[in-house]
Write a protein that binds this ligand. Structure first.
Ligand code: HC1
Ligand code: SF4
Length: 575
C-alpha cells in the first residue's frame, strides 16, 4: 500500500494507483474531460492537474501514479488558475453553440466551464468545420471536437475498428476519419460507442425526430411503433423517473400521447426471431446440413456490418433470421395491415431502439421487400425518444402503464432478455431444448451464458450443454475487440462451437450507442440486470409459449421456417 495526503486527508491506496483514482476512491473528484479509465489516460485536456508539494510544475493526475508520502492539493489557487486557463484554451477552439447542441445539459465541457465560472473566452479562434454527409446515421461536427482522443481509443481498443485517427501536427492537429477516407468508406459499424464516450457534442446520431413528427401529422399515414427490450432499462435516466417508475407501458403511453396510432413491444418479435432462429439452428444441427460451424446470431446490425467488412468469408454462417426490429416491420406491413384492412403503404413503421446501427439496418437494401418498401420507416434512439417526450411537453409523472395493442401484444421473458449480452442465446436454447425434447427445461437452465462482466474472459462466455445424447457447444461475446479475438481463435481451430451469439456493444444493447449518456461511466451491466429481473418475474418465459406468436403462425405463417416465413422473416446476407 502507498500512504499519501490529498487535500489534507491521509489515505492509503494500492501501489500503481493513479492520483486521479486515489482521489476518487476517497471521495475527492478531480475534474477531467479526456480520461477514460484503462482506455484513455493520456492527459490531453490537462483539466485534471493537481499540485504536488515539492514539485515546481503541476502534474496531471490521470497518468501520474500516487507515491508514498506525496502531499497533493486538487483545488489550490494555482490549480484553479491553471485549470481555468486550460479550459479557456479548449473553449477558444470550440464552437460554443451550446443552445443548439444535442448534448446541451449533458456536456462535460459545459459543466466544467460553468463550474470554473468562465464567462468570457479570452482567445477565440474560428473553429474548424470539416464537411460531413448529414444523411449518414453517425454525425461528426468537427467544430465541437475538443481532441480528447476518446473516440479514437474506444474505437481502436474496445471495438478494434480504428475508424478515427489524428491528422496534422502541433496546432493543426485534428481528429478525423482515419486514412483520409470518408465515413462511408471507413467500415464504421455504427455501434455508436464513440458517441456515448464523447464528452461533448462532437459526435451524435442523425436526428430523425422531425420526419417522425411529419409522419404523425400526415392523415394518410398510420404510425405503428415498436419499443426495443433495452430501451425500458434506460429511457427514464433522461427523464428523472426511477427504474421502478418506468415500465415499458409508460413509453407506449408516451408514444400514443405524441400521436402514434398503434404501439407494440419488440419483445413480441424477439420471440418470433427465436421461433425462426431456434428452428433454423436445430434443423442445421440435426440434419447435418450444418457443415460449417458455428452458426452466428444475426440480430445485431453492428455485428453484421463488422462481419461483412472484416470476415466476409464467414457471412454464410450467419443465421438467415432477420432481427426482431425488421421482423416486426415485415409483420406490421403484412399481417397487421391485413387485420386493419389497409394497404401496406399506409403503414409507417417506427422503432425506438438503443442503437445507432438500427438506423443503418433499416436502410439496408437486403431488407427491401417489394410489397411495401422498407420493413421499417424510421428508427429513433432512446435519446431521441426522450427528446420527443420533452418537446411534446409531456410530464413523465403523468404517464400511465398501458398495454401494447393487439394482436401482437404478448412478449415473454425470453424476448425481454434479448437486450443483454447472452440473452438471445439463452432464449434460443430454451426453445431449441423444447424442439428437441418436446418438453421445457427449467427456465433458468441456461443462465450460465449470462456474462458477469464484459471484460471477464475477454467478454466471452462459453458452455457445453448436453441435451440427451446431443452436446451443443456455445459461446456468447459482446464488444467487437472481444469478437475479433474470438473469431481469430475459431479460425485458428483453437476453439470449436456450434452456436455463437455476438453483440457489438459491450454488455449488449443495454450498452448501445443510442442509450442515455453518463460521461465516463458504464451502465450496461446494471441495465442488463433489470432485464434479467423482468424475465424472472414474467408469467411466460419461453418464446414458444407466447400465445400471440402461436396465433400468428396459425393464422399467417403456418410454421417456423415455412416458405412464407422465409419470404418475410429471413434474408440472404450474401446478397
Ligand atoms: Fe436490441 Fe434486438 S435486442 S438488437 O440489442 O435483437 O437495438 O434492445 O431491439 O431488433 O429484440 C437493439 C435491444 C433490439 C432487435 C430485439
Ligand atoms: Fe445496436 Fe445492440 Fe448491436 Fe449495439 S449491440 S450495435 S445497440 S443491436
Amino acid at each position: 500500500m502507498v500512504n499519501l495526503t490529498i487535500d489534507g486527508k491521509q489515505i492509503s491506496v494500492e501501489e500503481n494507483t493513479t492520483i486521479m483514482e486515489a482521489a476518487k476512491q476517497n471521495g475527492i473528484p478531480i475534474p477531467n474531460l479526456c480520461y477514460l479509465k484503462g482506455i484513455n489516460e493520456i492527459a490531453a485536456c490537462r483539466v485534471c492537474v493537481v499540485e504536488v508539494e515539492g514539485k515546481d510544475r503541476l502534474v496531471t493526475s490521470c497518468n501520474n501514479v500516487a507515491q508514498e508520502g506525496m502531499v497533493i492539493h486538487t483545488n489550490s489557487p494555482r490549480v484553479r488558475r491553471d485549470r481555468k486557463t486550460n479550459v479557456e484554451l479548449i473553449l477558444s477552439q470550440h464552437d460554443c453553440q451550446c443552445v443548439t447542441c444535442a448534448r446541451s445539459g449533458n456536456c462535460s465541457l459545459q459543466t466544467i466551464a460553468n463550474d470554473l465560472n468562465i464567462i468570457d473566452i479570452p482567445f477565440k479562434k474560428e473553429p474548424k468545420k470539416m464537411p460531413w454527409n448529414k444523411d449518414f446515421p453517425l454525425i461528426r461536427d468537427s467544430s465541437k471536437c475538443i481532441q480528447c482522443m476518446r473516440c479514437i481509443q474506444i474505437c481502436e481498443k474496445v471495438q478494434s475498428m480504428c475508424v478515427w485517427d489524428v491528422e496534422g501536427t502541433g496546432s493543426r492537429t485534428n481528429v478525423n476519419v482515419a486514412g483520409h477516407k470518408t465515413i462511408e468508406e471507413a467500415n464504421c459499424v455504427l455501434c455508436g460507442q464513440c458517441i456515448t464516450h464523447c464528452p461533448v457534442g462532437a459526435l451524435r446520431e442523425r436526428d430523425d425526430t422531425e420526419q417522425v413528427w411529419e409522419a404523425i401529422e400526415d392523415p394518410e399515414k398510420i404510425v405503428v411503433a415498436q419499443v426495443a427490450p433495452a430501451v425500458r432499462t434506460a429511457w427514464a435516466e433522461e427523464l428523472g423517473l426511477t427504474p421502478d417508475e418506468a415500465p415499458v407501458g409508460k413509453i407506449l403511453d408516451a408514444l400514443k400521447k405524441m400521436g402514434a396510432d398503434y404501439v407494440f413491444d419488440t419483445t413480441f418479435s424477439a420471440d418470433l426471431t427465436i421461433m425462426e432462429e431456434a428452428n433454423e439452428f436445430v434443423q442445421r444441427f440435426v440434419t447435418g446440413e450444418f457443415k460449417e460451424r458455428p452458426m452466428f446470431t444475426s440480430c445485431c446490425p453492428g455485428w453484421l456490418r463488422f462481419i461483412k467488412s472484416q470476415y466476409p468469408h464467414l457471412v454464410k454462417q450467419l443465421s438467415t433470421a432477420k432481427s426482431p426490429q425488421q421482423m416486426f416491420g415485415a409483420v406490421m406491413k403484412t399481417y397487421f395491415a391485413d387485420k386493419l384492412g389497409v394497404a401496406p403503404e399506409k403503414i409507417y413503421t417506427l422503432s425506438i431502439m438503443p442503437c445507432v446501427a438500427k438506423k443503418g439496418e433499416r436502410e439496408m437494401e437486403m431488407f427491401y421487400e417489394e410489397y411495401a418498401g422498407h420493413d421499417i420507416d424510421a428508427v429513433l434512439t432512446t435519446r431521441e425518444l426522450a427528446k420527443m417526450i420533452r418537446s411534446a411537453h409531456i410530464s413523465p409523472e403523468t404517464l400511465e402503464d398501458i398495454e401494447s395493442d393487439r394482436p401482437m401484444q404478448e412478449g415473454t421473458g425470453a424476448g425481454v432478455i434479448f437486450g443483454a449480452t447472452g440473452g438471445v442465446m439463452e432464449a434460443a436454447l430454451r426453445t431449441a431444448y423444447y424442439i428437441l425434447k418436446k418438453e421445457n427445461p427449467p427456465a433458468d437452465a441456461f443462465k450460465m451464458v449470462r456474462s458477469p462482466g464484459f471484460q471477464e474472459n475477454h467478454g466471452v462466455m462459453e458452455a457445453e450443454l448436453a441435451i440427451d445424447d446431443i452436446t451443443v457447444r456455445i459461446a456468447v461475446v459482446s464488444g467487437l475487440g472481444n469478437t475479433r479475438r474470438l473469431l481469430d481463435m475459431i479460425e485458428r481451430g483453437e476453439v470449436h462451437y456450434d452456436f455463437v451469439e455476438v453483440m457489438a456493444c459491450p454488455g449488449g444493447c443495454v450498452g448501445g450507442g443510442g442509450q442515455p449518456i453518463h460521461d465516463g461511466e458504464e451502465w450496461a451491466f446494471d441495465r442488463g440486470k433489470k432485464l434479467y429481473c423482468l424475465d424472472e418475474n414474467a408469467d411466460l418465459r419461453f418464446s414458444h409459449e407466447n400465445p400471440d406468436i402461436n396465433q400468428l403462425y396459425a393464422e399467417y405463417f403456418g410454421e417456423p421456417n415455412s416458405h412464407k416465413a422465409h419470404m418475410l422473416l429471413h434474408t440472404d446476407h450474401l446478397e
